[in-house]
Design a protein around this ligand. Structure first.
Ligand SMILES: [Zn+2]
Ligand SMILES: [Zn+2]
Length: 235
């Protein structure tokens, strides 16, 4: 009788540790970059019980993702359990989510600008305004692609020369979690850099950002004429 009870306990313990394992693997699954995409917008956060998290957007319907999970894992978890183990910040995209550019390029450049601004190196931290300062016109394809002789080499003005002082800059970084290429996770990291390295990286990325602004829909009109462009009236 005693032995039977002991066996039963072991059995129950085994069973519950297995279900804990499934829950953890479902949780991890939802956070994979091929299952949900990290948002970077400042307003794209969800708070539950005082825990504020950056939203991640599901790449597919829960039904399809449940099927995907089942095809990869040997243990069959029910659709109910699968849905119940979804982290609260992993959600289906809304129209507002679709409207904002959610790329890391945008946000990483913003973090660099924030650091440079707080160190008194640049006068503004509005990255679209900063791009505007380096080109003849933000809607000119030639300027955005670096084909315009007038602004090809223009960098953003700095207020003082950068030093070798170490500064902290936040960056979104993608890291692999498993053997396979697609199993990655995107996370925010504090990166160290010298002021002068950060300035050169910023200038380089600001240049790439011209094209990104034009192609990501940040600017409405795309002027396809090459050649000399004059700055819009706002200058
Ligand atoms: Zn973007
Ligand atoms: Zn130009």
């Amino acid at each position: 009788m005693l032995d039977r009870d002991a066996d039963l306990n072991t059995f129950q313990r085994k069973k519950s540790s297995r279900s804990l394992e499934s829950k953890a693997s479902i949780h991890t699954f939802f956070l994979r970059d091929d299952v949900s995409r990290m948002t970077t917008g400042r307003k794209q956060t969800i708070t539950v019980r005082k825990k504020k998290m950056q939203k991640r957007l599901l790449s597919d319907t829960l039904k399809n993702l449940h099927r995907k999970f089942g095809s990869e894992k040997s243990d069959n978890v029910s659709y109910c359990l699968f849905c119940a183990c979804r982290p609260f910040w992993v959600v289906a995209p809304t129209d507002a989510d679709r409207a904002t550019c959610q790329c890391k390029t945008h946000e990483n450049l913003q973090f660099m600008a924030d650091t440079l601004y707080s160190h008194g190196i640049v006068v503004s931290k509005n990255i679209e305004e900063m791009v505007d300062r380096t080109v003849c016109a933000t809607d000119m394809k030639a300027c955005a692609y670096g084909d315009c002789v007038e602004c090809r080499l223009t960098t953003h003005p700095t207020l003082k020369s950068a030093t070798e002082e170490i500064v902290q800059v936040v960056q979104w970084s993608t890291e692999r979690t498993g053997e396979e290429e697609r199993k990655t996770i995107t996370l925010k990291k504090e990166v160290q850099s010298t002021e002068s390295d950060l300035v050169s990286k910023f200038q380089e990325n600001l240049f790439k950002f011209r094209k990104h602004l034009l192609t990501s829909g940040g600017n409405t009109v795309l002027t396809d004429s090459y050649g000399k462009a004059s700055k819009p009236t706002s200058a």
